[in-house]
Ligand binder design. Structure first.
Ligand code: SF4
Ligand code: SF4
Length: 313
């Protein structure tokens, strides 16, 4: 069974549902209407959540040491997954520093991943946004400053042999996931906590020189050369989201009879997926950002569809 997704189907309609065309409309919209695109909406949502996290970080720093201090761990969905795993595998034991909010966030994360293709990663996660922001600044500098262009070109050229490691390195995040969950269940503590750039980010207003801060710094430096390196290679939360999203009802489909093979979609994909050569985007690394769909210049070449796994997709 396969049904057309009425919001974004660009060229083919069934029934009387009017489609919203998303193809190449973005650059044609002047002024405030520029925001009324998928990309504009995504940036607005990302900015809103980044602002919230900055507020929490400042609050946490201001109240540090007091009994009413905001706990940074309380805002981590992955803490909820670790806590739930420990609870289930140990017959009811919990992990210190986890809260009810962790479980609520974890549940919301899983539902969003299932229904909207890991949209937490693509639309909400402030760490993902920060990486995109860093990559955007890098691209801007490369366009405007010849020296920056030369440096990035030199580093990229030296790092070219590493491109062969891209696929195997993407499996690393599943190892991190396994280690985090099994470690939390076995030792009863968040073993991943000290390495977590998300934890370093949420305590950024009162930074400490821990491993998490080093991981965050390395991630941001790497973002100057590679889009979303943490999400691609190491994020255990993204690993869970991607696996859940694969079972979800929404998927991206490329129609080869409309596609001209320009690969604009692949170049815009922040997760480095080969959209232009796929028929259905099945990769668990897809974060549902819809950059590919919005950037595609051909009507009907890329569609977002509803359909159950294994049934015509
Ligand atoms: S799907 Fe669109 S952007 Fe991607 S290769 Fe085909 S025509 Fe180009
Ligand atoms: S395939 Fe499309 S929706 Fe998925 S991550 Fe890449 S650009 Fe975003």
């Amino acid at each position: 069974m396969e049904v057309w997704f009425p919001m974004v189907n660009q060229s083919r309609m069934r029934g009387s549902v009017e489609p919203l065309k998303l193809g190449s409309v973005r650059r044609q919209r002047p002024g405030v209407r520029r925001v009324l695109t998928i990309g504009g909406l995504r940036r607005t949502v990302q900015l809103g959540f980044a602002g919230f996290i900055i507020y929490i970080a400042v609050l946490q720093a201001a109240e540090r040491g007091s009994s009413t201090a905001v706990s940074p761990e309380a805002f981590c969905p992955f803490g909820g997954l670790e806590g739930a795993y420990r609870f289930i595998t140990s017959g009811g034991q919990t992990i210190p520093h986890t809260h009810l909010s962790n479980l609520v966030l974890a549940a919301a994360f899983l539902v969003t991943a299932f229904l909207a293709r890991s949209a937490f990663c693509g639309w909400i996660c402030p760490l993902g946004f920060l990486q995109e922001l860093t990559s955007g600044i890098s691209r801007l500098l490369q366009r405007r400053v010849p020296a920056a262009r030369s440096i990035v070109a030199a580093v990229s050229s030296r790092g070219k042999p590493l491109a062969a490691l891209d696929r195997p390195l993407r499996l690393l995040k599943y190892a991190v996931l396994l280690w985090s969950l099994v470690g939390a269940a076995y030792f009863g503590v968040m073993v991943f906590r000290d390495f977590d750039p998300w934890a370093a980010l949420i305590t950024i207003a009162a930074p400490s020189l821990g491993i998490g801060t080093v991981v965050l710094t390395v991630t941001l430096v790497a973002s100057l050369f590679v889009d979303r390196p943490w999400c691609r290679y190491a994020c255990p939360l993204g690993a869970v989201g991607g696996l859940v999203a694969r079972m979800g009802p929404i998927y991206l489909k490329r129609e080869s009879e409309h596609c001209k093979g320009c690969a604009v979609c692949s170049r815009r994909c922040p997760m480095g997926l080969d959209v232009h050569s796929a028929t259905t985007i099945k990769s668990p690394d897809c974060i549902g950002c819809l950059e590919c769909l919005e950037s595609c210049p051909r009507e009907g070449a890329l569609d977002l569809r509803l359909g159950l796994p294994g049934m015509g997709r």
